[in-house]
Structures are given as structure tokens and as C-alpha cells.
Design a protein around this ligand. Structure first.
Ligand SMILES: Cc1ncc(COP(=O)(O)O)c(C=O)c1O
Length: 403
């Protein structure tokens, strides 16, 4: 049974009163007093960058996900670039990834003068479909770059198996998936390298920031050098050893995360379990409400996966509706629900069209999903009343546009 009463209120887009007085964003950081204190303490310390908070955060993070090593970066994008470098992706190589992601996933391959090759996604999870990978493998393929879309882990077992058969590296873009589990193992402890982002809408924030986790000591060493100009030792190590000598052994970048950011990361890490619990509660409430609303579909999941719920993307059942995604998006915004869309498929961006000749139609599942996706607000600071507002607004708007 639909949730809405038979007599429909006018939508805000048609002059009615919005469900909320103020805009509920689709994502938002949660900064509390202890986070502020942690940052202030570091601001008063001797080290603002390359100091003790970096290994402290990295070690705590590695332990939390269950990896041997964690190497911090100044953003998730920089971390992806580091992982592409450490995997040995170089000029002329290829890496296979999903078109339904943020551009940074594919861009990191371009940064290494290599070519991102897209393969279409699975209809349910919208993750890279392992069945479509084989046809894309060439002698130049170096890596697979699956994304855990919306926080649902990619089919990592299948990815690792394909990689094993073809001698490839699996770099998992888990920027949505901190805290997700695949076959009861935490993401970050499964792929050859796993990349995280600490952007404010993520599960844990450092403002900007990223991390690569791995069990491979050589990758960890390459990642550390790459983020620090290709230099073989850190400034603090040199200071402690009382010596000035260092060597630049490869071409790296300044992709370092600061101690200020790591202090915030450490403080946020303490709350990660409760943040995840809250996101899972919100997702469960959404799913049970939206299953009752004809005209929309809820995110698909796999039994072996425990998602982290970075996003909650609903899918419009467009043949059952009288309006397209753009109108429904505007109607939800008018109700003060901060909806978003994830993602414009990467190959459809003008840069990719012009450089690689994509015209649309190459990846029908990803492109079709894109036309129907709307991300609803999802962040751990949402109150029960906020969740209720989203459900009411979706029910009202979809009810109004249902055939
Ligand atoms: C899937 C995915 N990959 C990579 C990134 C890049 O992360 P950052 O914004 O920390 O550079 C993002 C950021 O939102 C993302 O969603």
C-alpha cells in the first residue's frame, strides 16, 4: 500500500508548502567538540605536517580495516594516483574500471599516461560486472579498478580471481565504502590496494584526505615515496636521526596529509562504528518505506556484502511515472530535500568524449541507470525527523507523478 493518503497535498513545486522549512543536504560532516580539541592540540604542537600524528593515524586506520599498511594522502584522488603508480601503471598501459563513478577513478589512470578502459555495470548493484571484464582485457591491461558504488562492495572475489588469472593488480576504489564488509571481511583488507577518501560527506573526514591500505610492503614503500616527492626518508626521521641527507629516487608529488588533518582523522575514527550503525539504521528505514511505494526501486544488494551506505540512490521506474528524473529531482528540491545524482557516467563527460570518441550508448546499463538515479540525503548526523521528512517528500512527489 502506498504511504500517502488518497487526497494529495499540492507539491511545493506547484505552490504547496514544502515538507521542510530548511534544506536537508544530501551529505554532511559531523564535527563534535572532541574533534575540535584534537585539532587545536595539534595546532599548539611542534608538528603541523610530517609529524607524529601521521603514523598514529595510519596505524590506527590499518588496524581498523585489518590491513598491514595504511599510507595517507592529501585526498582520495591523490591516493588513487599513488595506487596507480604503485601498481606499475605506466605509459601505454590500460586499467579496467566502471563508467558509473566519480571522474577521479578513471583520471588516476590518465595521470600515469595510461588508458582507462570501461566495462559496464551489474544491473542490481551498479558495480563493475565481472562478466564483462574478460572481453576488455588486452596485453596492455595492468589493473582492475572496481568501485564500491554507494558503499556496496564490488564483487571482490571475482575481481581477484580474474586478476590472478591475468597477472593484474586489483585497486579497489572504496571511497564510498569505509566500514563495508565483503564475506565478513572489512573492505581495505581484501584487494591488493584499497583507496579511501576523507572528504566531508564520507564516513570519516579530515577536510580533504585519503588513504591507501595494502598488505604488500613494496606497494606501501612506493606509496610513501610517491606522496613525498619520491624522497626516500621523512623530515621527522631525518630530524630525529640528526642528519640532513636525503635522496630523491623517483618522481613523486607533494601529496602529504597534514598532522592537523590526521589529528582530526584519529578523533573521527573513534566514532566510525557508531556512524556506520546510524547509516545502516537510516538505510533500513528508507528501504522498508520505499518498498511500499510503487514507481521507485531501492538499491540492490548481494548476500555476501554488508554495505557502508555512503549514498542511498533510489531508482525511478520511469515507465510508471508521468515525469522524468529532472522534474522529480526539482520537485524533491522544492520540498527542501537535498537530492543529488551519482553519477554522470565518466565516458559521457566532454573531456572523455573528445579524447576517446565516446558518443553514448557504449555502456547501456550504466547509462540507463544514470537516467533514473536520485541520491537521497544520507549522513550519520541525520535525525529521525529528517529521515521521516525524506520519506514523506518522496512518497508525496512520486505519488503525484505516478501514472
Ligand atoms: C568513487 C570516488 N572515487 C574517488 C573520489 C575522490 O576522492 P577525493 O574527493 O577525496 O579526492 C571520490 C570522491 O568523492 C569518489 O566518490
Amino acid at each position: 500500500m502506498p504511504l500517502s493518503a488518497p487526497t494529495r497535498e499540492a507539491l511545493a513545486i506547484h505552490g504547496g508548502t514544502p515538507v521542510r522549512k530548511t534544506l536537508l543536504p544530501y551529505g554532511r560532516q559531523c564535527i563534535e567538540e572532541e574533534d575540535i580539541q584534537a585539532v587545536v592540540e595539534t595546532l599548539r604542537s611542534d608538528w603541523l605536517t610530517t609529524g607524529p600524528k601521521i603514523p598514529e593515524f595510519e596505524e590506527a586506520f590499518a588496524a581498523w580495516v585489518g590491513a598491514q599498511y595504511a599510507v595517507s594522502f592529501s585526498s582520495g584522488t591523490a591516493a588513487l594516483h599513488g595506487a596507480a603508480f604503485a601498481a606499475g601503471i605506466r605509459s601505454g598501459d590500460e586499467a579496467i574500471t566502471t563508467p558509473l563513478t566519480f571522474a577521479a577513478t578513471a583520471n588516476c589512470v590518465l595521470y600515469q599516461n595510461a588508458t582507462p578502459v570501461f566495462a559496464d555495470v551489474d544491473r542490481d548493484t551498479l558495480n563493475l560486472d565481472p562478466e564483462r571484464i574478460s572481453a576488455k582485457i588486452s596485453p596492455g591491461t595492468k589493473a582492475l579498478l572496481p568501485v564500491d558504488y554507494a558503499g556496496h562492495p564490488a564483487d571482490l572475489g571475482a575481481m581477484l580471481e580474474i586478476a590472478d588469472r591475468h597477472g593484474l593488480v586489483v585497486i579497489e576504489d572504496a571511497c564510498h565504502a569505509l566500514g563495508a564488509e565483503y564475506k565478513r571481511k572489512r573492505v581495505g583488507s581484501i584487494a591488493n590496494m584499497t583507496v579511501f577518501s576523507f572528504h566531508p560527506v564520507k564516513h570519516l573526514t579530515t577536510g580533504e584526505g585519503g588513504m591507501v591500505t595494502t598488505d604488500n610492503a613494496e606497494y606501501a614503500d612506493a606509496l610513501r615515496k610517491f606522496r613525498n616527492h619520491g624522497i626516500s626518508s621523512g623530515a621527522r626521521d631525518r630530524q630525529q636521526a640528526g642528519q640532513w641527507h636525503y635522496e630523491m629516487v623517483l618522481l613523486g608529488y607533494n601529496y602529504r596529509l597534514t598532522d592537523i588533518a590526521c589529528a582530526l582523522g584519529l578523533s573521527q575514527l573513534k566514532k566510525l562504528e557508531s556512524n556506520l550503525k546510524r547509516r545502516r539504521e537510516i538505510a533500513a528505514r528508507y528501504t522498508s518505506a520505499f518498498r511500499e511505494i510503487p514507481g521507485i526501486g531501492v538499491p540492490g544488494g548481494r548476500e555476501e556484502a554488508l554495505p557502508a551506505w555512503h549514498l542511498y540512490p533510489i531508482r525511478l521506474d520511469l515507465p510508471k511515472l508521468t515525469a522524468g528524473r529532472a522534474e522529480i529531482f526539482r520537485a524533491l528540491r522544492a520540498e527542501n530535500i537535498g537530492v543529488n545524482v551519482h553519477y554522470i557516467p565518466v565516458h559521457l563527460h566532454p573531456y572523455y568524449r573528445e579524447r576517446f570518441g565516446y558518443r553514448g550508448g557504449e555502456f547501456p546499463i550504466a547509462e540507463g541507470a544514470y537516467e533514473s538515479l536520485i541520491s537521497l540525503p544520507m549522513f550519520h548526523g541525520m535525525r529521525d525527523g529528517d529521515v521521516g521528512d525524506v520519506i514523506r517528500a518522496v512518497d508525496l512527489v512520486i505519488g503525484c507523478y505516478r501514472k
